[in-house]
Design a protein around this ligand. Structure first.
Ligand code: ZN
Ligand code: ZN
Length: 280
C-alpha cells in the first residue's frame, strides 16, 4: 500500500519530545515514506512564559535550520526531507509572529498553523495539555461551549490570514473532553472554518496522534474529514510524532479510511508549493 509522507514531527529540540532529527528520518526511510517533514515548534517566546518550555529558544534557530538542511542533503537519495515549523496562531501577537518568521520563510518548505492556547479574560488557557479549567468555565456547559466557539473563531482567523500552508490538528479542542448541549451551534462554527478553507490556499492535516491519546480518534473527527474530502480541500497526513517510533503512526488504517471515503490524492508541499500525489 502506498503510504504518503509524514508532515508533522517534533524532536528533542522542542524540549518535550525525544530523539534526534536523524532518527526521525531513518524511521521514515524504513517505512518507505516518500517524504518526512521536520516540523519543530517555532519558538513560543512571544507567548506568556508558561509556553516557552514547549519549543526551542529563538537563539537555537540557526543551528536547527543548518542541521535540518544538512540532513536533507545527506539523505536525499533515500527520502525527501522537508524543513518546516509548526507555528502557533494567537491573534493578539500574530503580526509579531509574522515578523519573526519573515527571515526564515524562504528557507522553509511549509508552515503548519496550530492553536495551542486560547485567550480567556486576562490569561491564556492551554488547550493542548492537561489543564484544570477555571471554576467559572467548568461549572456549566455554557462555559465549555464558549471556549469551543472561541477556538473555532480563532481557527477561522488563522485560515483567513492566508499565512500558513497547513492547518494543524483541526479539532484539538476536543482533547479537553468537552461535551455540549448545543452540538449544532458548534458544528456551524466548524462549517465556517471549512467554508474559509475552500477559498484559501491551505491544506489540512489529518493528524493521527489523537489515536494514541484518550480520544482514540483522528484530528479532525470523521464527520469533518468527510466534509474535507467532499469539498476537495487538499490534505496531508501527519503523525505529530514526539518520538522517532511514532513516525508514520497508524498511516495504513488512516489511508485506508480516507480512500474508502473517496480521497483520491494527498498533497506534497515543498518550498510552499503544493502538488497532488495520487493515492494508488
Ligand atoms: Zn500542535
Ligand atoms: Zn505538533
Amino acid at each position: 500500500m502506498f503510504l504518503p509522507g509524514d508532515y508533522h514531527t517534533h524532536s528533542f529540540r522542542c524540549n518535550h519530545a525525544d530523539g534526534h532529527l536523524m532518527e526521525y528520518i531513518r524511521v521514515a526511510i524504513s517505512l518507505g515514506l516518500p517524504e518526512i517533514g521536520l516540523s519543530g515548534h517555532f519558538p513560543m517566546c512571544l507567548l506568556p512564559p508558561q509556553f516557552h518550555r514547549y519549543a526551542m529558544d529563538i537563539s537555537e534557530l540557526p543551528n536547527y535550520l543548518s542541521t535540518a538542511k544538512e540532513l536533507q542533503e545527506n539523505f536525499k537519495s533515500k527520502i525527501q526531507t522537508m524543513v518546516a515549523f509548526e507555528v502557533d496562531f494567537h491573534k493578539p501577537i500574530f503580526s509579531q509572529y509574522k515578523q519573526a518568521l519573515k527571515p526564515y520563510l524562504s528557507d522553509l518548505d511549509y508552515l503548519i498553523g496550530s492553536i495551542h492556547g486560547l485567550k480567556w479574560k486576562d490569561h491564556i488557557i492551554p488547550i493542548d495539555s492537561s489543564f484544570t479549567l477555571p471554576d467559572e468555565l467548568s461549572r456549566k456547559n455554557n462555559g465549555k461551549d464558549t471556549l469551543q466557539l472561541s477556538y473555532y473563531s480563532d481557527l477561522l482567523e488563522l485560515v483567513r490570514s492566508n499565512f500558513y500552508d497547513i492547518l494543524g490538528h483541526f479539532d484539538v479542542i476536543k482533547k479537553l473532553g468537552f461535551t455540549t448541549d448545543n452540538e449544532e451551534r458548534i458544528w456551524e462554527s466548524i462549517l465556517r472554518v471549512l467554508d474559509a478553507l475552500e477559498t484559501s490556499n491551505m491544506a489540512v492535516e489529518i493528524n493521527t496522534s489523537g489515536l494514541r491519546k484518550s480520544e482514540k480518534e483522528l484530528y479532525p473527527n470523521k464527520r469533518i474529514i468527510k466534509e474535507l474530502i467532499e469539498r476537495k480541500i487538499p490534505l496531508v497526513i501527519g503523525s505529530d510524532a514526539h518520538r522517532p517510533a511514532d513516525v508514520g503512526y497508524a498511516f495504513e488504517p488512516t489511508v485506508h479510511f480516507l480512500k474508502k471515503n473517496g480521497l483520491k490524492s494527498v498533497s506534497k508541499i515543498a518550498s510552499h508549493e503544493r502538488v497532488q500525489v495520487p493515492l494508488n
